[in-house]
Write a protein that binds this ligand. Structure first.
Ligand code: ADP
Ligand code: ZN
Length: 750
């Protein structure tokens, strides 16, 4: 009895302690959130930002691998603001440094940089501020870091942690190796024992391993995000009537910012000129231009004096203009890695953006010719990259699936948001082909390439095949009725389905996965896609086709939005800053929905912290107030306004999230409501005439045939009543029907 009592008491104290710790943790977390709101004006963290910040704040070495635009900067900026002392940010690009420091200063954060562009007096001032403990973030170029005088200074300063941005520069395997980066570890050791946060957008395991080894942070907490960029629309077009297509597309997207990549300087000049004579505000950018001209053109793009920059791939590193709405590859790029990196510069703000690539086999031949004089291994590697590029362009498989597969990520379902998903090529049942391929790989002991497997299946009697006695295999020649390209495409799709995988150690060799072995035991129907037949495309075909997809859903007041955008540009010009540093497009759209007319209301806008309100708010509030008065926009009483504001805030939040292709469950969770409430809101939005594209979500939950059935129903039904639909379509849930009704209304009625 007594024992029992004691146990209870103990239990009571334990739970008290647990509560205490929990409360402490909650208090800590809410403090981080408070800062996010107060300084950056954001209501929510994106992805893994919060646990990353926790990790570095608790003094652990932290390794962050996230794609471009995922919000890596915040992962060190916020903890730097919250920590005592100065955080050192090592960054390879001087232009980027200045950009970030400008943005932070605008937010009211004390940040500065140390690099070769500073005068002696400026340098002294920067150091003084750090030593006095005022500076929260100090950006340093690696070459400045290794200087003796700077080292002595850093040893004296009180530092919080070290952030290493673009950490792939450490690795020779990365695409941007910088020798000075290899010295960072030694320097950090000589400064003192500090936690390190390393960040990169390079996905390959080899580079990741190199970074950790070199920084001696094998113990680090690793945060790796998916490389899927939901808001980017991928499209490949045959390079036919390409100039007409280009001009038409850009004209249709007037006023939006975009990048057109060309392979040669000459082409850049030619296309920039072509756009200019067609009344498009465009300028060239390539390494052959005078440094000054280059800088001027880049600034004109950032400051939105021009809409389009035509560039070689020399342009883009370190440019973080968040509202690039399209990236066009005028020439076929050299590798999928480079391609993905370049398209990654689109849509960093999370809103929709188009990535369009023009493909032509003759571009590939040209590139192959360039490679002729290279050393053998380099040439082989380059050829291999080109083959991947060709296969990607020709394939009828979901582009996103292919791209992510290339980076080692398996996407289980098609994305619904690329050209191949929107306009599928012909499908076929591939069960028997897949079995044949897997069987062939197994029987040849998983030691051969795709081409060899295709040869065996097609019965090619080459000396190579014969030397392995593969012409004796039971199914040698079984697939002779189909061409080589067909089999290569089938093998690729078998890989994409994760039945086969590339061997990491020996290049090009295919191994059968467990899933592949299981498939032989337990076969089921599987659909594959035929490749594109670009050779048959004519000029007329191309001129008729729609290009691109991104069309922002406009639930906001477009007139006010344009006025706000104009004001933003004006203020930016006065302050000599890019417009997005003042307010981003997403914030302006929200203002044009909720009409904030006081400082407090303005501070409620996502992306607007008190720092920005005080610095720039006034003219915006004035403009909105006048607009509201001139147009007699109802703002009724305080209470009504509040709830109205909240309602429309919810609305715009949902629209923005759908733009970003966020799953409805996730939207519901972030707003702490049931998914049906989100669908209610979406229906409201849709019935008030705004088009919403939910394909990315619907494709995940409903097979195409099932979608068609519901769609058909609404096509022919007397009314769009849900009850009637539920009775007629027995096999479907209410949620599925409602979602399809939204799709139907958006496509047909709106
Ligand atoms: P990365 O360095 O990973 O390429 P950035 O740090 O430049 O990405 O961030 C991309 C964009 O996302 C920026 O415009 C930034 O303002 C925005 N952003 C970052 N975190 C958030 C957040 N929690 N909520 C809303 N926007 C965010
Ligand atoms: Zn797709």
């Amino acid at each position: 009895m007594f024992c029992y009592f004691l146990q209870q008491v103990l239990h009571f104290f334990k739970s008290l302690k647990k509560h205490y710790l929990l409360n402490k943790l909650i208090a800590h977390m809410s403090k981080i959130r408070e800062k996010l709101r107060e300084v950056f004006g954001y209501n929510q963290f994106r992805g893994m930002q919060e646990p990353i910040i926790e990790s570095i704040l608790s003094g652990k070495n932290t390794f962050v691998i996230m794609p471009t635009g995922a919000g890596k900067s915040l992962c060190y900026q916020l903890p730097a603001i919250m920590s005592e002392g100065t955080a050192i940010i090592i960054s390879p690009l001087i232009a980027l440094m200045k950009n970030q420091v400008d943005q932070l200063n605008v937010l009211g954060v004390n940040a500065s940089f140390l690099n070769s562009t500073l005068s002696k007096a400026e340098m002294t001032q920067v150091k003084k501020d750090v030593l006095s403990g005022q500076t929260k973030l100090l950006y340093v170029a690696p070459e400045s870091l290794v200087k003796e005088s700077n080292l002595a200074f850093l040893q004296k300063a009180k530092l919080s942690f070290i952030a290493i941005d673009e950490a792939h520069c450490i690795s020779e395997w990365g695409h941007d190796f910088r020798p000075e980066y290899r010295r960072i570890r030694g320097i950090v050791d000589s400064i003192g024992k500090l936690p390190i946060i390393a960040l990169t957008a390079t996905a390959t395991p080899k580079v990741q391993q190199d970074i950790q080894k070199n920084l001696q942070m094998e113990d680090a907490q690793i945060f790796k995000a998916s490389f899927n960029r939901h808001n980017l629309y991928y499209e490949v077009r045959p390079k036919v009537a390409v100039k007409k297509q280009l001009i038409r597309y850009i004209k249709q997207n007037k006023g939006k910012s975009g990048i057109v990549y060309c392979l040669s300087r000459k082409k850049v000049e030619e296309i920039a000129e072509l756009l200019r004579v067609n009344d498009i505000k465009a300028l060239p950018y390539h390494a052959g231009l005078d440094a000054q001209v280059r800088m001027k053109n880049q600034d004109a793009f950032l400051n939105e004096e021009i809409d389009v920059i035509v560039a070689t791939i020399a342009f883009g590193m370190g440019i973080d203009k968040p509202d690039v709405r399209f990236v066009i590859h005028y020439d076929t790029p050299k590798s999928l890695e480079g391609y993905y990196q370049e398209t990654g510069r689109a849509g960093r703000d999370g809103l929709e953006a188009d990535c369009i690539m023009f493909y032509s086999p003759s571009d590939i031949y040209k590139l192959e010719k360039f490679n002729k004089d290279k050393p053998v291994t380099e040439r082989d590697n380059a050829r291999h990259l080109l083959q991947e590029m060709m296969a990607y362009a020709n394939s009828g498989v979901c582009r996103r699936r292919q791209l992510l597969h290339y980076f080692g990520e398996i996407l289980e379902k098609d994305c619904g948001y690329c050209d191949n998903c929107k306009h599928p090529t012909e499908k076929f049942e591939a069960k028997k082909f897949v079995r044949l391929v897997i069987q062939a790989a197994l029987d040849t002991e998983q030691r051969f390439t795709a081409q060899h497997l295709a040869d065996v299946i097609r019965g090619v009697n080459s000396s190579y095949v014969v030397s392995y006695n593969h012409n004796q295999l039971p199914y040698f020649g079984k697939g002779k009725d189909y061409e080589n390209d067909f089999w290569l495409s089938v093998i690729r799709q078998t890989m994409l389905a994760n039945f086969l995988e590339k061997d990491i150690d020996s290049y090009g060799i295919l191994k059968v996965t467990q899933k592949g072995k299981d498939y032989l035991e337990n076969t089921y129907p599987i659909t594959f896609y035929k490749d594109h037949q670009y050779a048959n495309v004519t000029e007329e075909d191309e001129e008729r086709e729609e290009i691109g997809h991104a069309q922002s859903t406009k639930a906001y007041d477009t007139v006010l939005y344009e006025m706000l955008k104009g004001l933003c540009k004006k203020v930016a010009k006065e302050k000599n800053l890019p417009p997005y540093v003042i307010f981003q497009e997403t914030s302006l759209q929200e203002m044009a929905t909720t009409y904030p007319t006081t400082k407090e209301e303005l501070a409620q806008i996502n992306g607007v912290g008190m720092g920005k309100v005080n610095k720039f708010g006034e003219p915006f509030i004035k403009l909105i107030a006048k607009y509201v008065e001139d147009n007699e926009i109802e703002t009724a009483s305080e209470v009504v306004v509040k709830s109205m504001v909240n309602k429309s805030k919810m609305k715009i939040y949902i629209i923005q999230q759908i733009d970003r292709k966020v799953d409805l469950e996730e939207i519901a969770e972030s707003k702490n409501v049931h998914i049906s409430e989100i669908i209610d809101e979406i229906e409201h939005i849709c019935y008030s005439g705004t088009k919403l594209n939910l394909d990315y979500y619907i494709n995940q939950i409903l097979e195409p045939e099932r979608q068609e059935e519901i769609y058909e129903y609404f096509m022919n039904a007397e009314s769009d009543d849900i009850q009637a639909a539920l009775e007629a379509l027995e096999d479907y849930t209410e949620e599925e029907i409602r979602l399809m009704r939204i799709k139907f209304l958006s496509e047909v009625a709106n």
